[in-house]
Structure formats: C-alpha cells, structure tokens
Design a protein around this ligand. Structure first.
Ligand code: NAD
Length: 470
C-alpha cells in the first residue's frame, strides 16, 4: 500500500506504547519511538529466518527476482513518505543528493540485484575431467548497518542476500532504526513472511548476531573499530564476512587540472550527505602551482550551498546526525585552527542554535600529519593540503592504514591513470569522487575492509561456491 506521509508510516512501525524515543538531529523534536529487541528476540528472529530459508531458496531465481522487483515498486510507491521519515530521523535534506536521492538509490540497487544471471561456471571440461562451480545459498545472513545512509546501505546488504536464496536478519544502527524499520515494512508488504526481519537494538544485539551459530554470513558496514570486534566475535563459528569499514579518502589534484571546472564535483565528492559518507573525499592534495586557485574556486562553490533543516526544500546540507559525531568534527577543526592552519570558510559553529549543525568548513595551509587530515572526520570539514607534486601526494595518500576510495583530478587521462595505479585503495575515481554505481563492484583495501558489493561480484559474495566434479 502507499502511505500518505511519514506519520502514517510511523504509525505502522511504532509500538503502541513505550519504546525508545528518537529525536530529529536538526530540530531536537521527537520523530518517533522504537521497540528495542533483546537477545531472546534476536534468537526468535534468527530461528524463523532459518525456518523460512529453504522455502525461499526453492522458489528459484526467477520468482525471487519478480518479488524483489515488486518490492522495489513498493519503495517507489512510498518514496515520499520514506524520504520524509529518513530526513527527520537522519537529518539529511529531502533535496539535493540526500533523502529522495537515497530512497531512489534504494529502489535502483534492489532492482540491480535482479539484473544478473548467476550461472554455474564450467572450470574444466577436457573430455576426461568435468568440473563446474555452482553458487548455492548460504543460509541466514546477518546485516549490521550504520546511521549515515541507513536505507541505501540496508538495501546493499539485503538485496543480494535475498536474491541468492538466503534469508536475512538486520540490526540497524541505534541512531537510525526507524528508517530501516520503515523500509523493511514496505518491503515485507511484498515479500513472503519471515524471509526479511529486523531486530532493532544496541551493540549487544549486534554482538550476539555476529556470534550466532545459525548465522552463516555477516554483512557489516560501519567503523573499522567495530569491524574488528565483529571479526573476533564471528571467529568461533567461522562466518563469511563482508567488511565495509571506515575510510579517509584522498583526492589528488594534478597540475593540469582546471580549478574552476572541477570545483563543483570536488565539493560534492567531499560534502555529500554533509560529509557523513564512507567514500567521501576527506583530504585534498593540491600542487603549489594551482593551490590558491583551487582554494578560491572551492570556497566560492561551498559558500553557495545552503545548510539547514531537512524538510526545507532550499537546503542541500544538513546537521551532523548525532552529538558524538558533532563533537568529533568540532574538536578536529578546533585543533587544526589552534595548530595555525588557515580557515577559508566556516569553523565557527553557533553553539546556541538548535540541532547539530556544523558549518561547511574548508581549512588550508594545514600540516599533512594534522589529525584533521589523518583521522576520519566524517563531517563537513575538508582539509586542503599543499604538495610539491603528484609523487608527494601519492606518498601521503598511501601513508594511512585505510584505503576505501580515492580520486585523481586531471585534464590528462593517461597521466591520471598512471597516478591511479599507484594509489592503495579499493576504488580510484577519475575527475569525480564517490560516484558509485550498482553495476560496478565496490569494496575497501587495507583496513577499510574486504569483500566486494554490487554487480555480479556482489551476488557471488552472498553464495557458497560448490564444485561439482565428475
Ligand atoms: P559503528 O561501527 O559505530 O556502528 C555500526 C553498527 O555496528 C551499528 O549498528 C552498531 O550498533 C553496531 N555495533 C557496534 N558495536 C558492535 C559490536 N561490538 N558488534 C556488533 N555490532 C556492533 O559505525 P557508525 O558510526 O554507525 O558508522 C560510521 C562509520 O561507518 C564510518 O567509519 C564510515 O566510514 C563507515 N562506513 C563505511 C561504509 C563502507 O561502505 N565502507 C559505508 C558507510 C559507513
């Protein structure tokens, strides 16, 4: 069915009474209430997902594809209500590459999980030996997600899992459970009972899911620190893991880049979702020869981007989602300013105003080892580091222990490709940053994680390869 607005959707997912209150990070107003699940509730969810799995698997790929596309239709029928709820709970504006964009992306990525055939692959057939690789369902998949893109990332985890014949138990972030509960509610109006479940709760529920004997695989997106805890708690049951962890993506501008032409794309590469994006550009290396020009052009673009309450259609930037993240950004910027770095824009939060708004901030003349550069700020504050040349930029880019994405900005494609090959990251974009695509595999290098999502690789990652020989 189509819900008229976020309130109607909320009424369908909230407990009749009680529950934990969730507040709008832009206004401090109550958004809704969520029923917290216990370890026992989680056991019950896993048990019913396990019972439902063989039947779901037996439906076969064609029927699962049909149901997943019908579920995507239902997201689209409820797009505005979902976007409004997401905006109120997460803080991101409706407009710009934000809440409506995220709901649209959720529907597209769900459909993309139906766009490939996963056929058995013949690996040897020489007249004497025959061997083929088949992709079987794993069982029940546990999905643990973050608060920055709660609907889109939930789809990234659940869509390939369901497509490959697995059932799913989700554990949303405690900061954005309503967005995930609403999305799953809309999907479950179409899907058979029990194949997709949510257990909203705290870390304890996530921990129990990662050690649960009836969970075959964990799809995790979140911080590197939590990822390591999940790797440890999943060890005893030798779970399959996809780890999409933190990043600190470098952008490397080459001397031949046109500062004016790249400024807008540089801005959105860094500030999409107000900087709260795993693969956002988090440190920008610019050569001396065009440093001032890049700073000027980027500042002009950044100044023109309105920040404010998400439901106001004028805004394209919003608040930090929570106080803890606000404090991280505010502290890193304050330390950078105290170290003598130059403020090109922002760095002047209004502590009296409601909401966790931190102004769009650009910092130049900053030391390459300043914590605003070397730590993941995950907010609207970009350090711009001056370098002598691309060799120095690559060395600095590779100096950290994370490597999710990176970008090279140049008018010379051959030169950009040459630099890209030297960067230690899961993706390198050329003349854009963070432009993900459901057909193109995505995953981290180094401590940004392992495993691939999206495309055919993403589907195979949710299957148990089985070799049949003979
Ligand atoms: P987080 O690690 O704090 O929390 C993520 C989830 O893990 C939450 O649901 C939380 O309840 C759960 N959790 C916490 N402790 C747990 C434990 N011990 N066992 C099991 N589950 C546990 O991350 P966050 O602050 O919500 O998200 C921000 C981080 O996520 C950033 O570092 C960002 O770069 C990263 N991220 C990565 C990607 C990617 O694709 N690589 C995408 C989005 C976000």
């Amino acid at each position: 069915m189509a819900y008229a607005n976020a309130q109607a959707l909320l009424e369908a997912i909230q407990p009749a009474t009680g529950g934990t209150e969730i507040y709008d990070p832009a206004t401090g107003e109550l958004v809704g209430r969520v029923a917290q699940k216990t370890g026992e509730d989680l056991d019950a969810a896993v048990a019913s997902a396990k019972a439902a799995q063989p039947g779901w698997d037996k439906l076969g790929h064609e029927e699962r594809k049909r149901l997943l596309n019908a579920a995507a239709d239902n997201i689209e029928a409820n797009a505005e209500a979902l976007a409004e709820l997401l905006s109120r709970e997460q803080g991101k504006p409706l407009n710009g590459p934000n809440a409506r964009f995220e709901v649209g992306g959720a529907a597209s990525w769900l459909r993309a999980a139906t766009a490939y055939e996963v056929e058995p692959e013949v690996v040897v057939d020489d007249g004497e030996t025959y061997a083929a690789k088949h992709y079987r369902a794993l069982g029940v998949v546990g999905a643990i997600g973050p608060w920055n893109w709660p609907m889109m990332i939930s789809i990234w985890q659940l869509a390939p899992s369901l497509r490959m014949g697995n059932t799913v138990v989700m554990k949303p972030s405690e900061y954005t459970p309503l967005s995930v509960l609403a999305l799953v509610h809309v999907l479950n109006e179409v899907l058979p009972a029990d194949v997709l479940q949510v257990a909203a709760g705290g870390r304890d529920v996530g921990e129990k899911l990662s050690g649960h004997p009836d969970i075959a695989k964990i799809m995790f997106t979140g911080s590197t620190r939590t990822g390591k805890a999940i790797i440890r708690s999943s060890a005893d049951t030798v779970k399959r893991l996809t780890m999409e962890l933190g990043g600190n993506d470098a952008g490397i501008v080459l001397e031949d880049a046109d500062p004016k032409a790249i400024a807008q794309d540089l801005f959105w590469g860094a500030f999409i979702n107000t900087g709260q994006t795993c693969a956002a550009l988090k440190r920008l290396y610019v050569p001396e020869s065009i440093y001032d020009e890049v700073c000027t052009e980027l500042t002009a673009v950044a100044k023109a981007m309105p920040m404010g309450v998400g439901l106001d259609e004028n805004n394209v930037l919003g608040p930090l989602q929570n106080k803890a993240q606000y404090d991280i950004v505010a502290d890193l910027v304050a330390d950078a300013v105290n170290s003598g770095a130059t403020v090109l824009l922002g760095a002047n939060p209004d502590d009296q105003a409601p909401g966790y708004f931190y102004p769009t901030t650009l910092i130049s003349d900053i030391a390459p080892d300043n914590p605003l550069v070397t730590e993941e700020q995950f907010g609207p504050a970009l350090p711009i580091i001056k370098v002598k040349n691309s060799e120095e930029a690559v060395e600095l880019a590779n100096s950290l222990d994370v490597g999710l994405g990176a970008s090279v900005w140049s008018s010379d494609r051959a030169k950009a490709l040459e630099v890209a090959a030297q960067i230690e990251s899961g993706t390198v974009w050329i003349n854009s940053h963070g432009t993900i695509d459901p057909r193109v595999p995505f995953g981290g290098a180094k401590q940004s994680g392992y495993g691939l999502e999206f495309g055919l690789d993403g589907l195979k990652a949710l299957a148990q390869p089985q070799i049949i020989k003979g």
